[in-house]
Design a protein. Structure first.
Lengths: 276, 233
């Protein structure tokens, strides 16, 4: 059984009054996690060791290596590795031969199959702006690992009553999303009735994964990039940036600002958000 | 004039009510790198310092050890063609930092402060910045990118092209310190990495072994040293 520990106290030194003094400090756990498909190593990810099955599945789906759970014959976690066997072994090997490598805008090296087309999002979901603020507040209230280590991203998937279906913290913003996607696959969640909130930037690969999953609304505390927005528009998604809720803290340069008014910026798909 | 790094978009601003507004957001550029005519990697970058990025990336990946390992590098329409001297992939040397550098805690605070004064960040809140500081005080290069890895690699490429003695430098970053960031510093022989963010357990373990000093959560007058504090005086 894999360890579910997410942080560890280590011996550090803190600067106070111009002097370094020994101090215990909480650090987030990062672990290498290799994913094998049909016995062959596809990629070694670096993750916080929780929701390992969800991560492996979500990664394969989000990157476009599989189109659904029905393509997977078995998925086992063995000695901190994922062993995935697909039903169609030949197809997979051909796909892996075409794998190309990309450095995503967050910086990590990632594997992609040759070509992946994105579906248009089919959802008539409309939610109130209040529900987006509420989800963001819940995300921060639940971000216990961040409070301890300040070294993680968080993402959460919510239903229309603003109840969380899944909240994840991880060292990588992509990892949080991959785990959520894996969770929706394993629990057969109808993503067209959900929305996602995140602490990370919504760059092209993040939006690609969200759209592939059919999640109609994605909101982040931070920024959106041009390519992310382009993909979101093409798929008919609602993309929201800079969700700021009363009382939340914003780190600008070296200062910390406290937000005094709820606000957000809707970059596309504004019809899904009611302003009442 | 059209900017290579910023694009104006319309959006709906929601606070008390809802109204249309416009602003500039950050642009992602796909840079494809071919080595010997074969696709090596495609990187999503903030445009600028592409040449430095490629040199820095190939060094930190252990593909090259110095500028002389590259026979030629041309970049056209965001496609880079790299020709290497020799067989190409060299085994990555699991190096230990060799450096006698010592810097003052106050200098570390200033390095991080310096890189956080970015106009692009102030406007978009979407970029990372990184800086290379000789002896922890003299700024050699400051780079920005969508990703902290890319910003660091741009710095390292700049240092390589300008024959900077990395053993006498501090790298400063606006991001967090993941294991890969420490491995990249180690491979470039940068002894100190100072960042606004925090490290991970794996990053600290690698730094302990490799002799890298990690200073994290550098904010205002505060910082935490996570490994090899002997370099901070």
């Amino acid at each position: 059984m894999a360890s579910l520990k997410t942080s560890r106290k280590i011996d550090g030194w803190k600067l106070s009054d111009g002097r370094l003094s020994p101090a215990k400090t909480g650090v987030v756990i990062e672990q290498e996690f290799p994913i094998y498909v049909n016995g062959k190593l596809l990629i070694t990810a670096s993750i916080t060791p929780t929701l390992l099955k969800e991560f492996a599945l979500g990664y394969l789906f989000g990157q476009g290596f599989i189109n659904g759970l029905d393509e997977v014959a078995s998925l086992e976690i063995l000695n901190d590795t994922a062993q995935v066997t697909l039903k169609d072994k030949r197809k997979t090997l051909a796909d892996i031969a075409k794998t190309s490598y990309r450095i995503v805008s967050g910086g990590g090296r990632s594997a992609y199959p040759g070509e992946v087309s994105l579906p248009e999002i089919k959802s008539d979901l409309v939610v109130s702006k209040r529900i987006i603020y509420s989800a963001m507040n819940q995300l921060f209230r639940n971000a216990l690992l961040y409070q301890e280590t300040e070294g993680v991203h968080a993402a959460g998937l919510f239903n229309t009553r603003a109840s969380p279906l899944c909240i994840v913290e991880d060292i990588g913003r992509h990892n949080t999303l991959d785990k959520i996607i894996g969770y929706t696959l394993l629990h057969k969640i109808d993503c067209s009735r959900t929305y996602l909130v995140s602490t990370g930037r919504l760059a092209s690969e993040m939006i690609t994964k969200i759209c592939r999953c059919g999640i109609p609304i994605a909101a982040t505390k931070t920024a959106v990039t041009d390519k992310g927005l382009e993909t979101g528009k093409k798929c008919g998604a609602t993309i929201i940036g800079f969700v700021r809720t009363i009382g939340s803290k914003i780190n600008t340069d070296t200062a910390v600002k406290i937000v005094t008014k709820n606000s957000m910026k809707i970059y596309c798909g504004a019809a899904r958000i009611r302003s009442t | 004039m059209e900017s290579k790094i910023l694009e104006t978009v319309e959006y709906t601003r929601v606070d008390g009510g809802a109204r249309k507004a416009a602003e500039r957001i950050i642009k992602e550029t796909a840079l494809t790198v071919n080595i010997g005519g074969k696709h090596y990697v495609t990187a999503m970058l903030l445009a600028g310092m592409e040449r430095e990025f490629i040199f820095g990336h190939l060094l930190t990946q252990g593909i090259i050890q110095n500028v002389r390992d590259i026979r030629s590098l041309t970049i056209r329409n965001n496609v880079a063609e790299v020709a290497l001297i020799g067989s190409g992939k060299k085994p990555l040397i699991n190096r230990k930092i060799s450096s006698k550098l010592k810097v003052k805690a106050n200098d570390i605070l200033n390095c991080v402060k310096t890189i956080l004064k970015s106009e692009v960040f102030t406007e978009t809140e979407a970029t990372h910045s990184a800086g290379l500081f000789l002896h922890g005080s003299e700024a050699v290069c400051i780079a920005e990118d969508l990703g902290q890895h890319n910003a660091l690699e741009k710095l390292i490429g700049h240092g390589l092209l300008h024959k900077v003695d990395f053993s006498q430098t501090v790298a400063a970053s606006s991001g967090r310190q993941l294991a890969e960031i420490i491995v990249k510093c180690r491979n470039a022989n940068i002894p100190i990495i100072a960042a606004k963010g925090a490290p991970t357990t794996l990053a600290v373990e690698i730094a302990e072994k490799a002799g890298v000093t990690i200073v994290g959560q550098v904010r205002g007058k505060n910082m935490t040293v996570y490994s090899h504090p002997e370099r901070i005086g």
